[in-house]
Design a protein around this ligand. Structure first.
Ligand code: ATP
Length: 306
């Protein structure tokens, strides 16, 4: 029996190794597919993060040569602080997160992390130090445990479950008869946008990077789910340099600084209360969102009363 078991066990190990390699290759291709022109600079050194200060210095960028998207953006995310970028749809918010991850190179200016130009360090080291919670999380056709462990392959089962608890997805997982061994994806359990985002948060908790980029989902979430995600994000961003690309202003009230982007330019910046007092673009976006939320709540209440 043992004689039979050992080769099987070995094959299992090989299978897992291959599977992991395949997924890493998939990740690699998804990055390459975005832009094969991004190459490591000759002799690029690995990024070393000490404090974790992010700086955008006069950053200009265009996807197509004749259509500038960012027009000379400068801001800093101090070590361990949270800066949020807000603005109307199409203003260039998500582009900022893509540039920090170096999916594209700049037309002008520089992005640095602890003084190192991100175009001059290896892409692998840059992406290792940044935890990205994207708008759309890719889930693999595998167990929920596997999907969370993707954040750090060496993590133990207990660490995976602790990350899930912190990300507020543990309760949901335990509702399934197979718990962490539940298959997700096309043939298995389908997760909602909010649930997927919490899986991404759990992965990021396991990865424990010094820098975080949170690209909020655009879709409106119900206020209970939003609160759960918000709590999870607050925990994971504690003590980490965090850049939030925000679509719902209610989620960034406590950010250390809010940058208001419009047509690729910074038009206002400050804390939530300072920006409200200014009565400019931020204040009008805030008022509009409040009205929309109140109308939604009224509709929901009317539905409940019927
Ligand atoms: P939203 O709030 O709607 O998500 P955003 O502020 O995050 O918007 P971005 O996604 O940064 O906006 O896009 C800024 C502009 O760049 C948009 O006009 C968009 O159409 C354009 N854009 C985005 N991605 C590409 C691309 N891959 N190729 C060409 N244009 C693009």
């Amino acid at each position: 029996m043992i004689q039979l078991y050992q080769p099987l066990n070995f094959m299992g190990m090989v299978y897992r190794e291959i599977k992991q390699a395949v997924i890493d290759i998939e990740t690699m291709f998804s990055i390459l597919a975005r832009n094969p022109e991004i190459q490591d600079a000759p002799g690029a050194a690995p990024l070393t993060v000490s404090a974790g200060v992010i700086r955008f210095d006069n950053v200009a960028f265009a996807y197509e040569p004749d259509r500038p998207i960012l027009k000379g953006i400068s801001f800093e995310v101090p070590a361990g602080k949270t800066v949020a970028v807000v603005g109307p749809s199409g203003a260039g918010k998500s582009t900022i997160s893509r540039l920090l991850y170096r999916f594209y190179d700049l037309s002008a200016g520089r992005i640095t992390i602890d003084g190192q130009d991100i175009a001059q360090v290896t892409q692998a080291s840059l992406r290792r130090q940044i935890g990205m919670v994207p708008q759309d999380t890719v889930l693999f056709n595998d167990t929920i445990r596997y999907n969370i462990r993707y954040g750090r392959w060496e993590a133990s089962d207990a660490e995976v479950e602790e990350a899930a608890r912190l990300a507020q997805i543990d309760g949901f997982i335990r509702l399934s008869p197979k718990g962490y061994e539940t298959e997700v994806g096309e043939r298995g359990l389908k997760l909602s946008g909010g649930e997927k985002q919490r899986v991404a948060i759990a992965r990021t908790i396991l990865k424990a990077p010094p820098i975080l980029v949170l690209d909020e989902a655009t879709s409106a979430l119900d206020s209970h789910t939003e609160k759960e995600i918000q709590d999870a994000l607050e925990r994971v961003s504690q003590g980490r340099t965090t850049l939030v690309i925000a679509h719902r202003l209610s989620t960034i009230v406590s950010a250390d600084e809010i940058i208001v982007l419009s047509q690729g330019e910074i038009v206002e910046r400050g804390t939530h209360y300072a920006l409200l007092a200014k009565n400019g673009l931020y204040a009008s976006m805030w008022n509009r969102q409040r009205e929309a939320e109140e109308a939604r709540e009224r509709l929901a209440r009317a539905g409940d009363d019927e």
